[in-house]
Design a protein around this ligand. Sequence first.
Ligand SMILES: CNc1ncnc2c1ncn2[C@@H]1O[C@H](COP(=O)(O)OP(=O)(O)OP(=O)(O)O)[C@@H](O)[C@H]1O
Length: 168
Amino acid sequence: MSLKYFTLVFPFNITGDQVLLGLKKRGLGENLWNGFGGKPEKNESIEQCARRELEEECGLVAKEMTYLGVLYINTTDGVGDIVIYVYTTRKYMGAVAESDEMLPEWFETTNLPYKQMYEEAPLWYPVMLGNKKFTATFLFDNDDLISYEITTKDELEMTEILRMAQDI
Ligand SMILES: CNc1ncnc2c1ncn2[C@@H]1O[C@H](COP(=O)(O)OP(=O)(O)OP(=O)(O)O)[C@@H](O)[C@H]1O
């Protein structure tokens, strides 16, 4: 099995009606709008990775982050399965800046560019935008989404899921 782990961070404005997304300029998910994130480096925790990637990709330094959810992207052949740890931040410093990897832009949460996002995004973003803790599992057969399940979780359950992630 070759599980891959990623982080994904969504900065919100003070009033909570806008979210910062980035247009991926290269690599995985090129030309799609997404949150900011990537793979943990050696000896880096999931949260450290989330903070580092946020700063590298859009210039913001998180003062507070909330671990909101986890996405399990599974494939019928088990090859290329990924786990994505999703965070939100409402307190950060710095100025939004374009990077080699991402072109950041603020969007109204009610008007997101779903047509230019991952296919499953419209299924779980509403839960994230509603600030609910969740796990979401998506099963793909080749490139077809064949089933999914989204479950809202309480604080304790999410802490446990993150604790398990630290033991990877
Ligand atoms: C399939 N459904 C998906 N839905 C939402 N987001 C997805 C995703 N699949 C991957 N992602 C995100 O795409 C980024 C890839 O990051 P990616 O550039 O490959 O990582 P990293 O910056 O470490 O790579 P480099 O080694 O620098 O290229 C990373 O935020 C990861 O969370």
